[in-house]
Design a protein around this ligand. Structure first.
Ligand SMILES: [Zn+2]
Length: 65
């Protein structure tokens, strides 16, 4: 299989995984899953663009979730 295709599938997997994690967290709390920006549940800080990239943001935030 083409390596570029594998990388694309991996990136799509991280994006969908990130979204489904958001949905699993927000739906039981009755929060909006489409319009509201991502935020820190501890301090309600709205996440910036670089904080929204799966895996890279996790590493740049030093594995704080
Ligand atoms: Zn916070």
């Amino acid at each position: 299989m083409n390596i570029l295709f594998c990388i694309m599938i991996f990136i799509m997997g991280t994006v969908f995984g990130s979204f489904f994690t958001l949905a699993v967290y927000r739906i039981p709390l009755g929060l909006n899953i489409t319009y509201e920006r991502s935020f820190c549940p501890n301090c309600n800080h709205k996440l910036g663009f670089k904080d929204l990239i799966p895996i890279l943001s996790y590493m740049s935030l030093r594995r704080k979730m």
